[in-house]
Each structure stands twice: as structure tokens, then as C-alpha cells.
Design a protein around this ligand. Structure first.
Ligand SMILES: *[C@@H]1O[C@H](CO)[C@@H](O)[C@H](O)[C@H]1NC(C)=O
Length: 277
């Protein structure tokens, strides 16, 4: 290898290392506990996967009740949520994110903003979240979303937050200006319709501008049976999708083999996903 090629290889490596690595965006919607005050037993597989992958960043979305919960209190005044969130926050590679539902711009803004303020108040009880997940965002509700995100950044004050938006589709550049993370695909593995999931092809189709890829996320649920291209849904396919995402410098992925109510359905258990990195 010539000196010049060696130098450019070195440069390419250090540049790649400087972009944030692909991480996991986990919708941890399942209730933390089986029994009262059991230390968030239902979340143990996720906590173990997080501990087993210290170099993988995780965004973990928590969602007591389509939002922060009816009590309006930090941790929804629930020992199980308090324990679970504290255990998540104990990991350096985790940012815990609070869920709100925008209903494609139809949720009343006041209610949405109150829920965001409520999430910001979780910090007062040592169960702070690091950002807000805006579910069901749509391309035609940009102003609504922009107002909600502006409210969120002010509700958290000096704390720098992560805003995650879920249009589940390709969206315009303006969304990447206000959302730190944009979910560009959310579907089941063998969806024969739009858009057919073929690993990197979908990432490229839904994230047209290379510079957006570190902000983009792909979520595949019901990773079972076979992909639309006939490949069997197994840990080898899971591994190849994760590697494709890393090569494409995609920001975030999530795969699971059921809906979001299970993190242990095979083959794409939360542990298998962590191991695929
Ligand atoms: C606000 O939070 C409550 C309680 O979790 C939930 O029932 C409601 O749907 C949420 N509304 C919005 C707009 O997030």
C-alpha cells in the first residue's frame, strides 16, 4: 500500500469513527413488572441486553398509558415504573425517552403540551427522561409538531433533550431540522406492500439524503416467517440487517418478533438484537 493510500485509509477510518454509531431505538411499552415491586422483572431482558452491549447507544421509549400516565406524578407514582426507569438510567449507554401521541396533529395541543411538561417533571423524583417520543407524526402537521417540540425544549430548560418523531415514512428536510431522530420505516418484515423491506434498499429509499442517515431510524416488528424477498427470518438475517444499517450509517434500528408488547419473542429477542451488533 502506498503512503498516500495508507493515509487516506487512516482518514476514512477516523472519519467513520467520529460519526455516532448505529444504536437501538427500543419502544419499551410493556409494563415493567409482573408482581408489585418486583424490581421491573418484565424489563430484565432489556436491561441485560443493554448491559451486554455497552458500546451500543440505546434510546428506550417508556410509555405508561399513551403518555406519562393518569396520575400526573413523576413515575406515574408507580414503584414499578420508578424502579424500571432508575435501572435504565443507571446505564451510560441509555437515554430514556417519554412517549406522547400526536394523533397526526389531532391531539389537542394543550393536552399534548401538558403531558410533555409532566415528562419534564419526572426529573424531580429521580426518574428523569432525556427526551420525548412524538408518535403518529405526519408530514402535513409540521407546524403543530414544531410548536410541540419548541414547548418540549423549553419545558426541559437547560437540559438538552432528544426529540424522536415517528412519521414512519420518508419526510422532508424540515423534519430533520426539528427532530433529532426520524423514524423513516415502521412495519412488519414481510409486508408485501409499501415499502417492501429489503434491508439497505429501504433505508436508502426512505432516507434519500446521506446526511440525514445518522438521524434516521428503521423499525421492523413481527420479524417472523420470511422477508418479502424470501429470506428466512432468523438470527442470520437479523445480523445482516444490523450490519447493513451500520454500513449505511443509519442512526437507529429496532427489530422484534412480535408487537411491542414482547421483547422476548424469537428469533429477534432484545438479547439477540443486542448480540447482532
Ligand atoms: C396524555 O397522557 C395521558 C395519560 O398518559 C393519556 O391518556 C393521553 O392520551 C395523553 N395525551 C396526549 C395528547 O399525549
Amino acid at each position: 500500500m502506498s503512503l498516500i493510500r495508507a493515509a487516506s485509509a487512516l482518514l476514512a477510518t477516523s472519519m467513520a469513527a467520529s460519526v455516532s454509531a448505529t444504536g437501538v431505538l427500543l419502544p419499551l411499552y410493556l409494563y415493567p413488572s409482573v408482581d408489585y415491586d418486583d424490581g421491573a422483572a418484565n424489563w430484565k431482558p432489556a436491561l441485560e441486553a443493554i448491559a451486554a452491549s455497552p458500546n451500543v447507544p440505546w434510546l428506550v421509549v417508556v410509555n405508561p398509558a399513551n403518555g406519562p400516565g393518569a396520575t400526573g406524578e413523576p413515575g406515574n407514582n408507580d414503584v414499578n415504573y420508578i424502579s424500571g426507569v432508575q435501572q435504565l438510567n443507571a446505564h451510560d449507554n441509555v437515554q430514556t425517552i417519554g412517549y406522547v401521541r400526536t394523533d397526526y396533529g389531532a391531539s389537542p395541543a394543550e393536552e399534548l403540551h401538558a403531558n410533555i411538561t409532566n415528562w419534564a417533571n419526572w426529573a424531580s423524583a429521580n426518574v428523569g427522561v432525556s427526551g420525548i417520543f412524538f408518535d403518529e407524526t405526519s408530514e402535513d402537521s409540521f407546524d403543530y409538531l414544531n410548536t410541540a417540540i419548541t414547548h418540549a425544549r423549553s419545558a426541559f430548560g437547560a437540559q438538552q433533550i432528544v426529540t424522536v418523531c415517528n412519521p414512519g415514512a420518508a419526510v422532508g428536510a424540515e423534519f430533520y431540522g426539528i427532530c433529532d431522530v426520524v423514524i423513516v420505516f415502521e412495519s412488519y418484515l414481510n409486508n408485501p406492500g409499501f415499502p417492501v423491506y429489503e434491508g439497505k434498499a429501504t433505508i436508502d429509499a426512505n432516507t434519500p439524503d446521506l446526511s440525514y442517515k445518522p438521524q434516521a431510524a428503521v423499525i421492523v416488528h413481527d420479524f417472523v416467517g420470511a422477508a418479502a424477498d424470501g429470506r428466512a427470518a432468523d438470527t442470520a438475517l437479523l445480523g445482516s440487517y444490523v450490519q447493513e444499517a451500520k454500513e449505511a450509517e443509519l442512526g437507529w434500528v429496532y427489530y422484534c418478533s412480535a408487537g411491542y408488547e414482547s421483547i422476548t419473542a424469537t428469533p429477534a429477542t432484545v438479547g439477540a438484537l443486542a448480540a447482532a451488533f
